[in-house]
Write a protein that binds this ligand. Structure first.
Ligand SMILES: [Zn+2]
Length: 231
């Protein structure tokens, strides 16, 4: 097993590469994500590059190699399976499960992970709707759009929540905006920068466009919209 620090770098790099569509991740960006100075990040990245897990280009930044991607996906698999286990089996609140999984993902054995996967019935998504990478290192990237893109009158269902801070997850839960919830868009006013969404059986919730963009949904508007591939 790679060290906890290396695993965290690989995981953050993989997540950031999804956002930047595979481009090199600038060192400043990576440093901010990991929570260290750019100098510390550069030293670490050079060591990671030396072990063949990433490519480092001094001016452009860093990008994972295939071997680095495989390791990153395995860390994500551990994290997301653990989160589901903590919520579904241990009954831990989903706003606390992320922090717990951040710790456990580095220490769990393959034997225990395989038992958790079996116990949960080989699940494909975690409690926030994030896809769980397979044991062979592949991950689904379904086409999704966000609540912010939907017109008034649209009916859709929440698939995934992109902000996993405890505060945001608590807000999502009390509002009824959770994965699998059916939602009707009552208003979408770009001038006001707000939408009103009504989850099934709950009162309508007013969301800023920024908050609405954190809820990924399906189905999407049919024509002309650019879809985001998420993985
Ligand atoms: Zn998490």
């Amino acid at each position: 097993m790679a060290s906890r620090t290396i695993e965290n770098y690989l995981k953050q790099l993989w997540l950031q590469q999804q956002e930047s569509r595979g481009k090199y991740v600038p060192m400043g960006k990576l440093a901010a994500l990991v929570g260290v100075t750019a100098g510390t990040a550069t030293t670490m990245v050079k060591a990671i590059a030396d072990s063949g897990l990433a490519k480092y280009a001094p001016r452009a930044g860093v990008r994972l190699t295939r071997a680095g991607e495989q390791l990153a996906l395995h860390v994500l698999r551990r994290h997301r399976l653990l989160e589901l286990f903590l919520v579904e089996i241990l009954g831990i609140d989903w706003s606390d499960a992320h922090g717990e999984a951040e710790e456990l993902e580095h220490v769990i054995s393959e034997t225990v992970l395989a038992r958790i996967d079996l116990l949960l019935g080989h699940p494909s998504v975690d409690p926030h709707g994030d896809p769980i990478p397979s044991s062979s290192g592949t991950v689904e990237a379904p086409e999704l759009c966000s609540l912010a893109e939907l017109q008034a009158g649209s009916k859709t269902a929440i698939v995934r929540i992109m902000d996993q801070s405890a505060e945001f997850l608590r807000f999502a839960q009390t509002s009824g905006l959770v994965p699998k919830a059916a939602v009707v868009i009552e208003h979408n006013n770009p001038q006001a920068g707000a939408i009103s969404a009504r989850p099934d059986g709950k009162p309508p919730v007013i969301l800023s466009m920024a908050a609405a963009a954190k809820f990924l949904v399906r189905p999407c508007p049919t024509a002309g919209k650019q879809r985001r591939k998420r993985s």
